[in-house]
Design a protein around this ligand. Structure first.
Ligand SMILES: [Zn+2]
Length: 211
């Protein structure tokens, strides 16, 4: 996909996420891998009103080339890309239901949301919790890097999800699946829901490998 097409895709998905309340204010950020490096949403930009010409362009080493300055959370994206060389895009949101789950005291830090539905298992799988860090703390990058090799999605405690995938479309769909499943989990919290069994999950993983 050309640089111009990728910029248009970032703008379209950013507006779609914003218009549906999945991100608000200037929170949330998106990045895609290109032949030369990365395109990334700028710092303090509202995902609902992105200008394709002002999207940040970074080189292979993550250095800012042109466009506005990249998001202050660019180090999160770079930490995940370093561990996931096949993934092409990352979405990070402060989406309400996912953040709510990340604040619960009794979630399993190895897997924050149980396997409630087949599509959640197929698009997200196991979701580890990354301990809370002050925004901008580079130690958060190290903590994310330690989990990203084995997990395409992680949940930052009291902060929000970071989701990587083979394309921006797939990363957005996985982020949406995560947010909707977080909503389901909150609806069902304390009700002892019937989850998918290990056998049912194995069947899904065999039939729909995430690659
Ligand atoms: Zn954030």
């Amino acid at each position: 996909m050309s640089d111009a097409s990728l910029r248009e895709e970032i703008v379209l998905f950013g507006k779609s996420l914003f218009d549906r309340g999945l991100t608000m204010g200037s929170s949330g950020n998106i990045s895609v891998r290109t032949d030369e490096g990365w395109l990334m949403t700028p710092t303090n930009a509202c995902l609902g009103r992105l200008d394709p010409a002002r999207i940040s362009r970074l080189d292979q080493d993550g250095r800012h080339l042109d466009g506005d300055k990249p998001t202050k959370e660019s180090f999160l994206h770079m930490a995940v890309y370093a561990e996931r060389p096949k993934d092409q895009a990352i979405v990070h949101l402060h989406s309400t239901h996912s953040v709510a789950v990340s604040c619960l005291p009794d979630i399993d830090p190895c897997n924050c949301i149980p396997p409630l539905t087949a599509y959640y298992v197929m698009r997200v799988g196991r979701l580890p919790l990354v301990p809370y860090h002050v925004p901008g703390d580079m130690a958060l990058g190290d903590a994310v890097r330690g989990l990203a090799g084995k997990h395409s999605a992680v949940l930052l405690a009291n902060h929000g999800p970071v989701v990587a995938a083979k394309s921006l479309e797939a990363a957005v769909y996985a982020t949406e699946e995560l947010e909707e499943t977080a909503k389901l989990y909150l609806l069902l919290h304390g009700k002892n829901p019937r989850c998918l069994s290990e056998e049912q999950i194995e069947v899904l993983n065999a039939r729909f490998p995430k690659g």
